[in-house]
Each structure stands twice: as structure tokens, then as C-alpha cells.
Design a protein around this ligand. Structure first.
Ligand SMILES: NC(=O)C1=CN([C@@H]2O[C@H](COP(=O)(O)OP(=O)(O)OC[C@H]3O[C@@H](n4cnc5c(N)ncnc54)[C@H](O)[C@@H]3O)[C@@H](O)[C@H]2O)C=CC1
Ligand SMILES: O=C(CO)COP(=O)(O)O
Length: 324
């Protein structure tokens, strides 16, 4: 099965490298001409994943039509751009594996729901989990959730991309896999704030646990299964991104915690910190579902420019409650 990858950022490139194991052909669509040239001519994505030698069986293109003959497409454009990128060409019944983590602003749709709208004939799967792109590209051991309502298709996709160092675990809970990945980015910003404001490791552990509680409340309200949220794509990814400056979301939070403004931190960056876009739409979606998400609310307020001290004080002065 020839794999196509839509999105030539760090994660799309790392996944192309995974799919190219043992010389299998992979077609990588990138938006930037310099990425296409860099991959085809120098076997490197110098813009988004520099220093990683790429397989010669990856060929890059800037024309989505070149992916029409692929047996499955990994969709790795940032969440807010999936509608525009994926809607540009009709891929018919080619299976789509959504790999972006976020919720679309405005529509409040998960990425899989957006994909289903713009490619209604396509079977949908979601690949998500604790996966820093540079580690995956370097062949370091990694495990992910691969969720697909059609178990047989999920198994075929897993077989195609699995290797000893890259282990997909099957699930049929597409919504659960998506919600974990989207929500953890917002919580990673909060944990970065704790680091930047030097609030200590107790506070970070408390935020991870209470953040997981709110991820679970929201996920269950949207039809996710608890076991998925406690798995690789939920808790697993939450732990990873809430504890490392390799995370762009965590790093954004560190800057906010140090008192810098979101505008300054987000200006001119070429890499994506999805949590900054997901936080406001997650707040809306939570309100719509009647779910309390105080950590998400705090992140929204910080992104809107509220002072760190005030936001922390508001979180800590919430009425004492039962642990649930
Ligand atoms: N980098 C990582 O370690 C991981 C990233 N992801 C997810 O993968 C998705 C893509 O992230 P990365 O590959 O890291 O991106 P990146 O931060 O390395 O690169 C930015 C990407 O955004 C694209 N882009 C910018 N403006 C655009 C526009 N107007 N329309 C379409 N595309 C545009 C660029 O072409 C580029 O592919 C995100 O949802 C991210 O959360 C998931 C797992 C790991
Ligand atoms: O999703 C990721 C790891 O699983 C990457 O996290 P960041 O986008 O915060 O870098």
C-alpha cells in the first residue's frame, strides 16, 4: 500500500520516514516549495526537521493530485488548516488517517469530523499518542493509538506503518483518540506556565491530574471511552507534553509564565503550537457540553493577556470540592 502524507511539517516528515521503512514508496505533499526541494534534492526537511537524513523512497511534491494513486493518506496539516488543504482535491474512498491534534475554530469540529465533511466517501482513522517528531524520525521506540471504526481497515493500516520501534495499538474509539490529543495541548500550555512562573513540581503534578480529570469529563460528554482517554493518546500524551520543553505547547506556556505576552510569543513562528488555537474553541465546546474545565479557562485567560498572578489566584481560590 503506497502511503501519501499531506503536510510537510516536522510530524508529517517523521511519519513519512516511518512509512518509508524498507524502501517502501511514500509521497509527501508539502506546502512550501523549499521543503519540496530540500526533501527531493538533499534528503532532509531543513525547514521543519533539520538534521534527520530521510529515506530515498520519500518523494515530495507541492501538487496534491500526485497523491491520488496512494492507498492511504496520513493527514498532518495543522488542525485549523485541514479543511482547506484536504478539501482541495477529491480523494474518493481513499482511507484518511488524521494525525493533527486540535479542534476547528468556528465549527467546533474535531479534525476527523472536518475530514468527513470534506471527503464524505473516505473511511476515517486517527493516529495519536506521545510522539515527539524528532524521536520518531530517529527511530526511537514509540507507541501510538490507531483508532478506526472499521477494525479490519485499522489492522491493515497498523500493519503498513508498524515497525519494531513504532507500535500502533488498535482502537475503535476515533472520538476518544482525537479528544485526548486536542485537549492535552491546552493542558501542556498550563504546565509550561507552572514551570515559567516557578510554581514547583507539586503544582505541575496537580495540574496534570486535574487536567486529566477535565479531559475525561469533556471526553465522556462527547462520547469518548474512558479507557481511550487513559491510554496512549490521552494520558500518555499528556504526560509527555506536560513535562518537556521539546513540546511547543509547553514552551509557549513557559513564556506566558515568565510574563511574556501570547502575541509576542506566537508572532512570526513557523512551527505550530496547536493549544493556542484549541483553547478558545475548547472553552466554547465545554460550555456547550455543560462541562467545567477550569484549567482550560485559565489558559484562555492567559492567552487573552490576563496576568499570571491573577489567573493562578483565581484557580487556587475555587471552592474546595470532591475529587472526581
Ligand atoms: N511535531 C510533533 O512532534 C507532533 C505534531 N503533531 C501534530 O501534527 C500537526 C502538524 O504539526 P507539525 O508537523 O509539527 O508542524 P510544524 O510546526 O513542524 O510545521 C508547521 C506546519 O504548518 C503548515 N502550515 C502553516 N501555515 C499553513 C496554512 N496556511 N495552510 C496549511 N498548512 C500550513 C506548514 O506547511 C507546516 O507543515 C499538528 O496538529 C501537531 O499538533 C502530532 C504529533 C507530534
Ligand atoms: O503532540 C506532540 C507530542 O505527542 C507534540 O507536542 P507539541 O506540539 O506541544 O510540540
Amino acid at each position: 500500500m503506497k502511503i501519501g502524507v499531506i503536510g510537510g511539517g516536522a510530524w508529517g516528515t517523521a511519519l513519512a520516514q516511518v512509512a518509508a521503512r524498507e524502501g517502501q514508496p511514500v509521497r509527501l505533499w508539502a506546502r512550501e516549495a523549499e521543503v519540496v526541494a530540500s526533501v527531493n534534492e538533499r534528503r532532509e526537511n531543513a525547514l521543519f526537521l533539520s538534521g534527520v537524513p530521510l529515506s530515498s523512497s520519500i518523494s515530495a511534491t507541492d501538487d496534491l493530485d500526485d497523491l491520488r494513486d496512494c492507498g492511504a493518506l496520513l493527514v498532518v496539516a495543522p488542525a485549523q488548516h485541514v479543511r482547506a488543504v484536504l478539501g482541495a482535491v477529491d480523494f474518493g474512498a481513499t482511507p484518511l488517517v488524521l494525525c493533527a491534534k486540535g479542534i476547528e475554530a468556528g465549527s467546533r469540529r474535531l479534525v476527523g469530523e472536518v475530514a468527513q465533511e470534506v471527503q464524505p466517501a473516505a473511511p476515517i482513522a486517527v493516529l495519536s499518542g506521545p510522539t515527539f517528531a524528532h524521536e520518531v524520525a530517529a527511530g526511537q521506540p514509540t507507541a501510538v493509538t490507531l483508532a478506526c471504526a472499521d477494525e479490519a481497515l485499522g489492522a491493515r493500516l497498523a500493519d503498513r506503518i508498524a515497525s519494531p520501534a513504532f507500535r500502533p495499538y488498535a482502537s475503535t474509539d476515533v472520538i476518544g483518540a482525537e479528544i485526548g490529543g486536542a485537549v492535552k495541548n491546552v493542558l501542556a500550555i498550563a504546565c509550561g506556565v507552572v514551570e515559567g512562573a516557578r510554581l514547583g513540581q507539586n503544582a505541575r503534578a496537580a495540574l496534570i491530574a486535574r487536567g486529566f480529570a477535565e479531559m475525561t469529563r469533556f471526553g465522556l460528554a462527547r462520547g469518548a471511552r474512558a479507557e481511550t482517554l487513559a491510554g496512549l493518546s490521552g494520558l500518555g500524551d499528556l504526560v509527555l507534553t506536560c513535562s518537556s520543553t521539546s513540546s511547543r505547547n509547553f514552551s509557549l506556556g513557559v513564556g506566558l509564565g515568565e510574563g511574556r505576552s501570547a502575541g509576542e510569543l506566537l508572532a512570526d513562528r513557523r512551527t505550530v503550537a496547536e493549544g493556542a488555537f484549541t483553547a478558545p474553541v475548547l472553552r466554547e465546546a465545554a460550555a456547550e457540553a455543560g462541562v467545567e474545565m477550569p484549567v482550560t479557562e485559565a489558559v484562555c485567560r492567559l492567552l487573552e493577556g490576563a496576568a499570571v498572578r491573577e489567573v493562578i489566584a483565581a484557580l487556587l481560590s475555587r471552592p474546595l470540592t470532591r475529587e472526581r
